[in-house]
Design a protein around this ligand. Structure first.
Ligand code: 3PG
Length: 383
């Protein structure tokens, strides 16, 4: 896949560049509580500043229905000012004037009708503000929104440094990856994981499974799974996928209550049975050992999704152990890419995030990319 990047733009001095970023970050009581995605956009912003371009940043926050105040980007403008040590001109799109500011951040673009479905004139209205469009919000690249892909109808479009890096690393991990390729797939939702499983099964040497897919598999096989989260719609598909020898399933599981009090380790054998008031809440210690053997032999590792309800001890052990091992093997023995909100959070909390080759900003976008789907925000960048 060849894409146009900002490095290919010859003369940026004096040009106005509209940059679609993804500043959809957690905000509480008017303060940014986690700035990972904002930080990941800084290289592109700094590059454009250095080339003396004028920058207009566009992002969404949450899914507003009626211009809810708590979804304003004002706290994000403040955070960005701190990170860049620079004044940010924060305005609503309709009030934007060609002022003499180096960086403008527009108010939540989802406050405007036509953004999410790219209807009406929003894409065009945005395009008249700038000379060039730069797509740097990898995490929103799977949305065909006005400010993500619609605007490329009116302006020349280029990838920012973040999007270029994400694409490069994800392709390295999936197109002719260095073998063995081991995929570690957890998390509770099956819907977004199944297409990834299907797409990567041919290339992968092993796919190590945890979370909702395991629950649904055991339920589909007729085992009692108590309160475990199960996705009944995917019974047939999961049975088919899990019959593949490359799909490695847990040999033991931690079951218990959500408060982390009444728990035990259960072997997965013909007597496996979860009590009515318990749920499957993590892969077990023997499974961690078994999965570790595969991870230690891998040359390429992809990690997405937690392997248990890690927010509640003691269900965190397996997720933490596998995440640490994954990070230790990355940037050296293996090429390691990780993505998804929880996965990134765990790696950060364990302070091993810097050891990973790619810490993707994308959750849904990363999974869709790995599934081989065409992402609107990336299609517009192709040469
Ligand atoms: C995300 O957090 O996954 C992106 O910002 C996209 O948000 P959305 O799912 O509301 O489109």
């Amino acid at each position: 896949m060849k894409i146009k990047t900002i490095k290919q733009i010859k003369n940026l001095a004096g040009k106005t560049v509209l940059v679609r970023v993804d500043f959809n970050v957690p905000v509480k009581s008017g303060k940014v509580v986690e700035n990972f995605r904002i930080k990941k956009s800084l290289p592109t912003i700094e590059y454009l500043l250095q080339k003396q371009a004028k920058i207009i940043l566009v992002s969404h926050l949450g899914r507003p229905k009626d211009k809810e105040k708590e979804l304003s980007l004002k706290p994000i403008a403040k955070e960005l000012e701190k990170l860049l040590d620079k004044k940010i001109n924060f305005v609503e799109l309709k009030k934007y004037k060609n002022v003499n500011a180096d960086i403008t951040l527009l108010e939540n673009i989802r406050y405007y009708q036509g953004e999410e479905n790219n209807e009406g004139t929003l894409a065009k209205d945005l395009s008249v503000l700038a000379d060039i469009f730069v797509m740097d919000g990898f995490a929103v690249a799977h949305r065909g929104s006005a400010s993500v892909s619609g605007i490329a109808k009116y302006l020349p479009a280029y990838a920012g440094l973040l999007v270029a890096e994400e694409i490069k690393c994800l392709l390295q991990a999936t197109e002719k990856p260095s073998k063995p390729l081991v995929l570690i797939l957890g998390g509770i939702k099956c819907e977004t994981k199944i297409p990834v499983l299907k797409k990567l099964l041919p290339q992968a040497n092993q796919i190590l499974i945890g979370g909702g897919i395991v629950n649904t598999y055991l339920w589909s096989k007729g085992y009692a799974v108590g309160q475990s989260v199960v996705d009944k719609d995917f019974k047939k598909e999961i049975l088919k996928i899990c019959a593949n020898k490359k799909v490695i399933l847990p040999v033991d599981l931690v079951v218990g209550d959500y408060a982390g009090k009444n728990y035990q380790v259960l072997k997965v054998d013909k007597n496996f049975k979860v009590k009515k008031d318990q749920a499957i809440l993590s892969i077990g210690p023997q499974t961690v050992q078994m999965y570790s053997q595969y991870i230690k032999k891998a040359s390429t590792l992809i990690l997405n999704g937690a392997l248990g309800y890690f927010e509640q001890p003691p269900y965190h052990y397996a997720t933490f152990a596998i995440s640490r091992l994954f990070a230790n093997r990355s940037k050296g023995k293996a090429f390691g890419v990780a993505g998804g909100g929880e996965t990134v959070q765990v790696l950060k909390d364990l302070k091993v995030d810097a050891q990973v080759d790619l810490l993707s900003t994308g959750g849904g976008a990363m999974l869709e990319f790995l599934s081989g789907k065409k992402l609107p925000g990336i299609e517009i960048l192709r040469i």
